[in-house]
Design a binder for this molecule. Structure first.
Ligand SMILES: *[C@@H]1O[C@H](CO)[C@@H](O)[C@H](O)[C@H]1NC(C)=O
Ligand SMILES: *[C@@H]1O[C@H](CO)[C@@H](O)[C@H](O)[C@H]1NC(C)=O
Ligand SMILES: *[C@@H]1O[C@H](CO)[C@@H](O)[C@H](O)[C@H]1NC(C)=O
Length: 467
């Protein structure tokens, strides 16, 4: 069997056009394929009418993107521990456990076409337990320019369009198909592969194996932003109250700020860390009756925490520094009845999921270097909670959750990932306004502007976003 190491631009374009028509028909019936990859494309029997026809097989992972009865698009959701598909060709959203929609088939098709043309994708060769994590990170870090530098420009345009599609966006199939027009010659009679019977297009063989986006500025495309490390700050509407912030606070200066705040009737509502310096928010609206804190060279100092749990203090905020030290604040007068925490090397979604079932909700969260620390409490005052976890700031997910009544209640980020916890409060505040801000400097002037609108800092972290 003859096989070319890499397919010509024309062959790839022919496959693209055929594959897009197939996906258009499948999507029109309400289904997403869920596992688009070279091995799942077959050619018809040679010397028959179907010889040049492409087939997409294996519907094992197909799901509905449209509800049959209502005709509505399925609801957006994210379960960061749920991955379905094939690591090499999966869309980034599939890696992150987001509900499958039409855009995911198109992103997988883009990777399939680039693989067929280049013979290789840059994220091949990872092994081990966090293979999916590393591949996803690499996909996010590889711009269409980098990935398509040896590809014809229609392929790059195709990739750019599909990786920036919204969850429920209707693909413009004819526009996508027309991208490839210029590559297809006058007699597009290309038979990509010589085969006996149905031949898998990419069969292994030879060398072929080879925001301020939320503040009125124009919406950024989902994945075209430049990765950046920034402050993520969240503001909630509240009745007027006293709030104070400190940032760039060294260990030695922390006590004097806390003491002065307490003398003025303020308690710590939120802490964060940037470059081994602390940020501290104190206000008059915490509802706590008493508070203690500890700076520790250990990320979550178990003995100290247990000792204060015994005395009915609960962790109310926590921050971790790059060098692994931590600032834990514990308060009396919270509504919590039980608390548990976990420190882990990767985002502990499985543990969170288990604890949700036991009636706990995430109440604070921090990172120290690459480690995550998550605190969950019983009787946290939430009726439901979800996680948005992404290698970039998950703008789209946040907006979708907001629309469904969720508000951000905790946030933390590493150099790689940002996580936001969104919750539905049991008792809804009169004014549910929430705003988010991403800034490279601590947002001191912004905070004052927000105060003037009765918006108060509710959580804060420093880490991976996209500018
Ligand atoms: C995941 O990859 C990182 C390197 O990026 C490594 O330090 C870590 O040990 C890996 N974890 C697992 C579970 O393989
Ligand atoms: C699809 O794209 C074409 C070409 O850009 C455009 O003319 C057409 O209006 C688009 N269709 C829809 C439904 O947006
Ligand atoms: C972390 O960095 C801070 C500020 O440079 C320093 O005061 C602290 O002792 C360091 N902690 C550890 C555990 O090295």
């Amino acid at each position: 069997m003859e096989f070319q190491n890499r397919m010509s631009s024309e062959m790839v374009a022919c496959i693209a056009v055929e594959a897009l028509s197939i996906l258009e028909r499948m999507h029109a019936r309400g289904y997403v394929h869920g596992d688009v990859k070279p091995e799942n494309f077959l050619l018809g029997q040679p010397s028959t009418a179907q010889e040049k026809k492409l087939f997409l097989v294996d519907l094992g992972l197909a799901t509905k993107w449209r509800d049959g009865a209502s005709g509505h698009h399925v609801e957006y959701d994210q379960h960061p521990d749920m991955f379905r598909g094939t690591v090499r060709y999966a869309s980034v959203h599939a890696h992150l456990g987001r509900t499958a929609s039409r855009r995911d088939d198109l992103e997988s098709l883009a990777y399939t076409l680039i693989f067929l043309h280049r013979g290789r994708l840059p994220w091949q060769g990872y092994q081990g337990d966090n293979k999916s994590f590393l591949v996803c990170k690499k996909k996010m870090a590889t711009s269409p320019e980098m990935l398509c530098c040896f590809c014809p420009s229609p392929l790059k345009q195709f990739l750019e369009i599909v990786v920036n599609m919204k969850f429920d966006e209707e693909p413009n199939y004819s526009k996508l198909i027309s991208l490839f027009d210029s590559l297809i010659g006058p007699n597009p009679a290309v038979r990509p592969i010589n085969t006996d019977g149905a031949q898998k297009v990419g069969q292994k063989r030879g060398r072929l194996n080879v925001e301020e986006d939320d503040d009125g500025q124009p919406k950024k495309k989902v994945r075209l932003g430049v990765p950046a490390t920034q402050w993520i700050s969240i503001y909630n509407a509240r009745l007027p109250m006293k709030q104070r912030y400190h940032y760039n606070v060294a260990d030695a200066r922390l006590p004097q700020h806390v003491e002065r705040g307490m003398a003025d009737g303020l308690l710590i509502s939120c802490v964060a860390s940037c470059s081994n310096l602390w940020a501290l928010i104190m206000d008059a609206g915490t509802g706590f009756s008493n508070q203690v804190y500890e700076l520790s060279p250990i990320f979550f100092h178990k003995e100290w925490i247990m000792e204060h749990w015994e005395k009915n203090y609960y962790i109310s905020s926590v921050a971790g520094a790059t060098n692994g030290s931590s600032l834990v604040v514990m308060s009396k007068g919270t509504q919590y009845t039980q608390q548990s925490y976990k420190v882990s090397e990767s985002f502990p979604f499985k543990w969170i999921n288990k604890k949700w079932k036991e009636g706990f909700h995430v109440t604070s969260m921090a990172t120290a270097g690459t480690r995550w620390g998550v605190v969950m409490s019983r009787n946290a005052g939430f009726s439901d909670q979800v996680v948005e976890l992404d290698f970039l700031y998950p703008s789209e997910g946040i907006h979708r959750r907001w629309d469904n009544g969720y508000r951000i209640t905790a946030t933390a980020a590493t150099w790689d990932q940002a996580a936001l916890i969104l919750s539905i409060p049991r008792r809804r505040p009169g004014d549910e306004t929430q705003e988010t801000l991403r800034t490279s400097q601590f947002p001191s002037t912004h905070v004052k502007e927000k105060w003037a609108k009765n918006l108060y800092l509710s959580c804060l972290c420093y880490g991976r976003t996209v500018a």
